[in-house]
Design a protein around this ligand. Structure first.
Ligand SMILES: [Ca+2]
Ligand SMILES: [Ca+2]
Ligand SMILES: [Ca+2]
Ligand SMILES: [Ca+2]
Length: 430
């Protein structure tokens, strides 16, 4: 016998050494409700320890209390025992009244019924290891359907209770795992892991086996600035250990800066008369430029022809710019006056020229007068030059010959001839 006892003791010691230290806890709660079918008077007076009492006026009357509001966690905790405490009195004080108490686990009443002694004291029924013949879980204890039935028994005039309380002793499971930390990141994700909006980072920390005793970096953070990478770390400790989680946030919510340039540049009038190459350039401070429109060659004629360039950064933000190109490659048209091929000395000769340009328009005078110098004989020529606003030249020439005017031969002046009626003198009358 002695040997067996020593063996049992050493087994117990080994068991204590292997199992991590677990601490039982007891929580006490009063009820918050009773079943309305009760025959007791003022049953709700037993919620609070205030001298106001619930009362049964005859033996064999039961009151059922519930709504104890237990919230024992973690759910895997073991229920070790249940106690019911009653602050009792009877009238007259010398009676033999007492109470019996039973528990309800949500589906049946416990097989064990415990009873008080003669009323007039505070009785605590059960113990930290008494299960009342029931099979308990945290779910049953935490349920609103966990109930206590108190029945008046014995002989007296009135059975009183000032307060009823239930104490539940439980043991949390031992914990070998640290808390689980889960980040929640909300924001608009662009390309390549870059966020393109404000980013909110929050953390969920759970440990089903034990209480999380400390955390760092668990606060919600809003990243409202562009960054190539900011790392947030959350740590949490339970009796299962310490764990950490980190997230790195890259934010670029800013469009690239884009510009356009033209080659060649337009003239002072804003026109080109050759093909124009529009080249785009962009910069981006945070994620960098990912793509940009290739140079655009504008070769068609027209005013304010649009060339659009777009730049996209590595986060997916895009920006566009419009360049306007005016091209006129067509020379102006000149309408020249028509001069005869020959004109006479001192004959007044002049004519009007006019010019038109369909695209950029004539730059300068669009008409003018050509006056031929007929004061001397010979070939006279000139040219009209017109330029449009794009710099295209047009040139037209004119030419005519100034000649003496011969109207015929006058007869020589005779000595023996006669004078004709017009006063001219002829030598021979034919
Ligand atoms: Ca009371
Ligand atoms: Ca754990
Ligand atoms: Ca950017
Ligand atoms: Ca033109």
């Amino acid at each position: 016998m002695r040997k067996a006892t020593v063996l049992a003791l050493s087994t117990l010691i080994i068991a204590v050494m292997i199992v991590p230290a677990v601490v039982a806890a007891t929580v006490w709660n009063p009820p918050s409700a009773f079943e309305s079918s009760t025959s007791w008077k003022n049953a709700g007076n037993a919620y609070v320890d205030d001298g106001n009492e619930a009362k049964a006026e005859s033996a064999g009357q039961s009151v059922v209390y519930y709504g104890f509001g237990f919230g024992i966690t973690p759910a895997e905790s073991t229920i070790d025992g249940i106690q019911v405490q009653l602050d009792t009195r009877q009238a007259p004080p010398s009676g033999t009244g007492y109470f019996s108490v039973q528990l309800y686990d949500g589906s049946s009443w416990t097989s064990t019924t415990l009873t008080t002694g003669p009323l007039g004291s505070v009785y605590t029924l059960g113990s930290e290891t008494e299960k009342w013949g029931g099979s308990w879980t945290t779910a049953k204890i935490n349920s609103v359907n966990f109930k206590v039935k108190i029945t008046s028994l014995g002989t007296t005039n009135n059975w009183f209770i000032d307060i009823v309380k239930v104490g539940v002793t439980y043991t949390a499971p031992s914990d070998t795992t640290p808390p689980v930390i889960t980040p929640t990141i909300s924001g608009t994700l662009g390309n390549n892991g870059w966020y393109v909006s404000d980013v909110t980072i929050s953390w969920t920390i759970t440990d089903p086996e034990s209480t999380v005793t400390s955390t760092t970096g668990a606060e919600t953070t809003i990243i409202n600035y562009d960054t190539t990478g900011v790392t947030l770390t959350c740590s949490a400790t339970s009796s299962g250990g310490t764990s950490s989680q980190s997230v790195t946030i890259k934010r670029d919510a800013t469009k690239p800066s884009i510009s356009a340039s033209a080659t060649p540049l337009p003239n002072a009038n804003g026109w080109n008369n050759v093909d124009v190459i529009v080249t785009f350039a962009a910069t981006d401070d945070t994620s960098g430029v990912a793509s940009i429109t290739s140079p655009v060659t504008v070769s068609t004629e027209g005013e304010n022809q649009k060339a659009t360039g777009t730049a996209v950064d590595n986060a997916g933000n895009s920006a566009s710019v419009d360049a306007y190109v005016s091209i006129d490659k067509t020379k102006p048209e000149i309408t020249m006056p028509t001069f005869p091929s020959t004109v006479y000395l001192n004959q007044p000769v002049s004519g009007e020229w006019t010019a038109t340009d369909a695209l950029s328009g004539v730059d300068g005078a669009a008409s003018g007068t050509i006056t031929v110098d007929t004061s001397t004989v010979g070939v006279k020529s000139g040219k009209v030059t017109v330029i449009d606003k794009a710099g295209n030249f047009q040139e037209q020439t004119w030419s005519t010959t100034v000649m003496y005017k011969f109207v015929g031969f006058l007869p020589p002046i005779g000595t023996a001839g006669h004078t004709d009626p017009k006063g001219r003198v002829s030598h021979n009358d034919m």
